[in-house]
Ligand binder design. Structure first.
Ligand code: LLP
Length: 422
């Protein structure tokens, strides 16, 4: 479900005509629908209401403060992976006891900040990290909550770059080592074992990988219980897939129906860490066609957004639907043509679509790249010294800038020319 729809041949976000936004704010422009964002959060909350889980939105998907605040206001906690994300989470007003912190490479400084702020728990990814959290907590005279991230070795059937729960991945700890660590860590005085964590991958469209992973976790939890290790939480991570193309991902309700019986069997409090499911289809990237360039082999539609704005096609060969903001009479499927939609960046990976059949497009048309709300702006960069795009949030007929377009000054504001060169 999302609130980007055509009305009288114009694409709207909620009650706002997107072409008006493209003209008013310029392009490339990220536009988010507040109601879509909240609707996705509530859909998950409702699907799992029997067990009232803590839903920790995964900040990395879209870390804009306004997006975080909107979700926190609805009761979301946050899943973070760095000191920078901790800072954002707190700035957005998230209570520290609703923050969970994963990452295989937490630095001492990052651990210290999170310990001082008293986050709910760390999702711990190695024995070394556990010792380190204990050492730092001891120095600060604190007892910190930790959940051991388990690598359950399941195949999530997604792109290899976003598969995280197989033993060949760097994430989590295998069952055997985790058991050893859990039994040994009774000697660590400044940590409290709060629970277990898994996150098996991203853009997972079926429930079977979750069922396999959680079934393994249920067995493990029972085994630990017999050995005297009592836990409070099971964090099942994120990863729920969305529709980009012709996928038929499970709905929140169907997903919940499949895994709720298993979750109840654990007897633990449950945490979810969805990112894409909440933000993905709540945002689009608007771009303007600069040139149409026919070549002997292809027809290139060159747009003003680039891989620096949205890297998913370049990095994962990801599919994003691309549609015009205005459908004119001459643009019928009959006169559609196959084109490559590319950006202005000096890389052949700078494309948004290849060999895509689209209605006829001409210079100065505006296009919407759909499904850009998650891992869009948050993965953007200044490559080719391009300014990061503006982000706006639409709430019914109102529009709010939630991040200004960068300026040329921003580009160089952290740089200095050493005196010997002056
Ligand atoms: N929890 C942990 C520990 C994670 O590492 C992630 C994502 C999530 C939760 C949220 O996953 P989600 O519900 O959004 O699938 N840049 C890639 C996705 C990378 C995901 C990284 N981890 C993409 O654009 O497809």
């Amino acid at each position: 479900m999302h609130e980007f729809k055509y009305v009288n041949n114009h694409l709207y976000c909620e009650k706002v005509k997107l072409e008006d936004l493209a003209r008013r704010f310029g392009t490339p422009l990220y536009v988010y629908s507040y109601h879509t964002l909240i609707d996705h959060f509530i859909k998950l909350q409702t699907a799992f209401r029997q067990i009232e889980p803590l839903i920790c939105y995964s900040v990395k998907a879209n870390s804009n403060l306004a997006i975080l605040k909107a979700l926190v206001d609805k009761g979301a906690g946050l899943d973070i992976v760095s000191g920078g994300e901790l800072f954002r989470a707190l700035e957005a007003g998230c209570p520290a006891d609703k923050i969970v912190y994963a990452s295989v490479g937490k630095t001492d400084r990052e651990i210290e900040e999170a310990v001082r702020k008293k986050i709910l728990f760390f999702n711990v990814e190695s024995g070394g990290e556990l010792e380190n959290i204990n050492r730092i907590s001891k120095r600060l005279n604190r007892v910190s909550g930790v959940a051991i991230r388990i690598n359950p070795d399941v195949e999530p059937k997604t792109h290899k770059y976003i598969t995280t729960g197989k033993l060949t991945n760097k994430f989590g700890i295998d069952f055997k080592s985790a058991e050893r660590i859990l039994l040994l860590c009774k000697r660590l005085t400044n940590i409290r074992i709060s629970g277990l964590h898994i996150h098996i991958g991203s853009q997972i469209t079926e429930s079977s990988p979750y069922v396999s992973a959680i079934t393994k976790m249920v067995d493990f939890i029972q085994r630990l219980r017999r050995k005297g290790v009592d836990l409070e939480y099971l964090n099942i991570g994120g990863g729920l897939g969305i529709v980009y193309d012709r996928e038929t991902p499970q709905t929140a309700a169907r997903f919940a129906a499949r895994i709720l019986p298993l979750l109840k069997e654990t007897g633990l409090k449950i945490i979810l860490e969805p990112g894409r499911f909440i933000a993905g289809n709540a945002g689009v990237l608007l771009t303007k066609v600069l040139y149409i360039k026919p070549t002997p082999k292809n027809k290139f539609v060159i747009v003003d957004a680039g891989m620096n704005d949205l890297i998913r096609p370049a990095l994962y060969d990801a599919y994003h639907q691309i549609i015009p903001l205005k459908v004119s009479k001459y643009q019928s499927i009959k006169v559609s043509e196959k084109v490559d939609i590319v950006g202005p960046i000096c890389e052949s990976a700078d494309f948004f679509a290849k060999d895509r059949r689209l209605p006829k497009i001409k210079e100065a048309d505006f296009l919407a790249i759909m499904g850009a709300g998650a891992y869009g702006f948050s993965m953007s960069s200044n490559y080719n010294s391009r300014l990061k795009a503006e982000e706006v949030l639409v709430v019914k007929d109102r529009v709010f800038t939630i991040r200004k377009r960068e300026t040329r000054r921003d580009l160089i504001s952290k740089e200095t020319i050493p005196a010997f060169l002056l």
